[in-house]
Design a protein around this ligand. Sequence first.
Ligand code: CA
Ligand code: CA
Length: 194
Amino acid sequence: MKKLLITTVLISAFSQVAQADTSELTMDGEFGFIFATGNTETTSASAGLTLKQELEKWSNEFAFNGLYKQDQVTVGEGADAEDVGRILDDVSTGELIVTEVMNNPSVVSDETGEWIEIFNNSESAINLEGLTVSDAGDDGFTIEEVLTIPSREHIVLGLSMDSSMNGGLQLSFAYTGFVLSNTSDEVFLSHNDE
Ligand SMILES: [Ca+2]
Ligand SMILES: [Ca+2]
């Protein structure tokens, strides 16, 4: 099995921002690093996409390539928008993006108030079952249930589903075993590409 890295966000050098801004730390996906480790295809294989989709895809690629050296990213095949969404094997680098993290909540404790927001930057729903969220150390968890993220929408994963404990959020998934440092940390999205 090959571990396919989808998206990486580094929490670093933003710690001062987090400490200065007592409300929340907002980290755009643009601050993250997006690596292509394989399974990428060239845009020449994209026949059949509409011109509009091509333009959108191109603009996405432009945004990513402007920030990171990587292979080209394609919109995944098998875009079956019904039921639970595409499986992760069909998801390409750049289609899932970590758009925000809360690593240092102020109104609730870190133990219940940390969260991660993921954006589906693709044309179809994606099933996050099998997605591993990890850091460069020993922190990590894998989503082992069907968890659909609709096209062009966000979902939030956090430590507590209880909105009175997590700062008032409606979470889609609660995890354990993953702590976001208030100084320096990483968020990797990956899955085992079987
Ligand atoms: Ca923290
Ligand atoms: Ca960590």
